[in-house]
Design a protein around this ligand. Sequence first.
Ligand code: BTN
Length: 268
Amino acid sequence: MTDRATRPASQFDVSRILRETSLRCVEYHPELASTSDTARELLAQLLDAGPAVVLADVQTAGRGRSGRSWFSTAGALTCSVVLDAAAIAVPPAQRGLISIAAGAAVHDAIAARGPGSRAGVKWPNDVMIDERKVCGILTEQIPAGDRQGLLIGIGINVNNSVRDAPPEIRDSAVALCDIRPEAVSLTELLIDLLNRLDHRLQQLQRSPGELVQQLNTIHVLNGKRVVIQSGVTRHEGICQEIAIDGALIIRTPAGDRTPIRAGTVLTF
Ligand code: BTN
């Protein structure tokens, strides 16, 4: 860990985040292994105090989907939003949309900062710029006594150029600073993102059809040939759309419309 005396000042203005969002608790740390792990450890107290976010200037052991690790360095936005799952009134059949609704919120906040139509969402929950990944989202539902915590872990490459990333992710990732010259205020990006997340989660509850229709206009896989690993099954076909329950619909070479409810996109 960096020595306290030499550590750079935090990029987060916690009072401003509390003032300008609906959050009631910001759990800020200069350095954490994983904001989602800390959110799990403190879940009961964060649910009592929440809605909450766990924030770190630097995350050293971030977790990604399917047991993968998430690499990031100082300048990235790494946070985990903690909500009471009961506060999101979505029928069980549509809960698969929560992650991609969060992706839409990230997309909206990023698109407002420059890349515009170069940004898109990629099922199940990535945000892309020019076919490179700028954000990953890990959504987890964790019990805490008789409540269920909904943890939305968000990692965005912002002022951390991927030039410094390990070779295996350098070609498939991008940071905002790699495509626009000005540094982005992490406090302002987070505030905007949290407000847009509120909006997208409201939209999911009130008008899921409208959310899905908008998602399909920014979904980068539509019309592309995709290969998707779902458990032990590998699917291939042309991506059609995201369905109202969050499934990805592909048209297989046999002409069937096949819904895929979970999986990893291997090629697109
Ligand atoms: C993925 O694309 O595989 C999901 C990556 C999610 C990374 C974020 S960074 C903040 C939060 N804390 C973690 O350990 N993971 C998520």
